[in-house]
Write a protein that binds this ligand. Structure first.
Ligand code: APR
Ligand code: PHB
Length: 389
């Protein structure tokens, strides 16, 4: 089989790239290790920057997001029993859209299916071949059948645990990592959100986040120990702990209910350089990971897709390799800025095991500065709604 762009990974990165290329008449094949149902069963954050909203519109899949999504003009920052608001629209003229990543992925799958897009599910033993030549190809297996996909380019959109990153020789690859000494215990509950806006809460007991998916589906997180497992936390214990970490007024307003999903995520910052090797291009979690504090995972995958899609369009339509040649440089420039914001916001809002009393005073002073300084709030708002592509 032959295509113009072989895309490894059928998550948000791979699907968005495939759909954008399709709109420009560029052919691709998506190779996905799991089934569509499995991919759509994953619970992920759902705060969309305007850049991603624009890409979904450009890909022709923005209609349900605009209809069912919730525009958010600001967010709430709580510390102990106090709370203040950072107004995105006041500082940037823009907002974010609360719309689950699962729904973004569902819309993209539906669009690919409607367009007759080629997606191979349940693929095994995916291998990148001859990426450092102008005739790369991907080999893989479906069941016992060995397959080969010849292509012009390979997009490694296969996430942190995929194979693409390691197709770049270790002698070429540089990796940067920070592992955080805590996790996030998250639950979904079919209850009304405690507030119309997200609440990021710092407390002496640890971080908490009050979020939502829709008017009757809430998403809550509390910082937890890496030695915890979801089974260690009954629903009652989770709700009690969440109430201890948010302002009393919010705790009193909180409507609890049975969890329909409960999981723990470890937090890390991670970046691979370069994001290109020959005809192989890394996109999204295959190249970088952020702690979820700033809701930048999906949005940084989207900016990679923006740069790669435009580079491929420039190559095929204008016979110009400038975008291809500068992809890694351009993508990484924005990746590192979102890594910084995600690290800063995590450092500001979480309790760290090795913190001294002085460190805690510094955290409190910075939250108070954020509360009192329009310039500090503008800087946070610019990062939260999304830096320019
Ligand atoms: N072969 C084929 N597919 C693979 C392979 C492989 N060897 N390894 C992984 N995959 C698939 C996974 O099953 C998954 O569907 O690649 C896809 C990668 O999707 P994500 O991990 O979601 O990464 P990405 O598309 O970059 O989206 C980033 O997703 O996980 C969240 O927090 C992350 O919000 C961010 C977003
Ligand atoms: C979520 O709704 O899952 C969510 C929202 C904002 C974040 C992280 C997660 O920063």
């Amino acid at each position: 089989m032959r295509t113009q762009v072989a895309i490894i990974g059928g998550g948000p990165s791979g699907l968005l790239l495939a759909q954008l290329l399709h709109v420009r008449g560029i052919d691709s094949v998506v190779l996905e290790r799991r089934t569509r149902a499995h991919v759509l069963s994953r619970i992920r954050a759902g705060v969309l920057e305007q850049g991603l909203m624009g890409l979904l519109d450009e890909a022709g899949v923005g209609e349900r997001m605009h209809r069912e999504g919730f525009p958010h003009d600001g967010t709430l920052i709580a510390y102990d029993d106090q709370m203040f608001r950072v107004d995105f629209t006041e500082h940037t003229g823009r907002h974010v859209m609360v719309y689950g990543q699962t729904e973004v992925t569902r819309d993209l799958y539906d669009a690919r299916e409607k367009a007759g897009g080629a997606i191979e599910f349940n693929v095994d033993d995916v291998t990148v071949n001859d990426a450092d030549t102008d005739r790369p190809y991907v080999t893989y297996r479906i069941g016992d059948a060995a397959k080969r996909l010849d292509c012009d380019f390979i997009a490694g959109c296969d996430g942190f645990h995929g194979v693409s990153r390691n197709a770049i020789p270790a002698s070429v690859r540089r990796e940067y990592e920070k592992v955080y000494p805590f996790g996030w215990l998250g639950i979904l509950s079919e209850t009304p959100p405690v507030n119309d806006e997200l609440i990021y809460a710092s407390s002496s007991r640890g971080f908490a986040l009050c979020s939502m998916r829709n008017a009757n589906l809430s998403r809550y997180y509390i910082q937890c120990s890496l030695s915890d497992s979801p089974g260690d936390w009954s629903d009652a214990n989770f709700w009690d702990e969440l109430k201890r970490r948010i302002p009393a007024e919010q705790a009193e307003a909180l409507i609890t209910g049975p969890s329909i999903e409960k999981s723990i995520a470890a937090l890390r910052s991670f970046v691979t350089e370069p994001m290109r090797w020959g005809r192989l291009f890394l996109c999204g979690d295959a190249a970088h990971i952020v702690p979820p504090t700033g809701a930048k995972g999906l949005n940084t995958a989207a900016s990679d897709v923006h740069y790669l899609y435009n580079a491929l369009r420039q190559f095929y339509e204008e016979k110009d390799a400038e975008g291809i040649d500068r992809y890694s440089e351009r993508a990484l420039a924005r990746v590192w800025k979102t890594e910084r914001f995600s690290w800063w916001f995590s450092s500001l809002m979480h309790r760290y095991p090795d913190q001294s009393e002085f460190d805690i005073k510094m955290q409190r002073a910075e939250i108070e500065f954020l509360r009192s300084s329009p310039a500090a709030q503008a800087a946070m708002a610019q990062n939260y709604v999304g830096l320019p592509y």
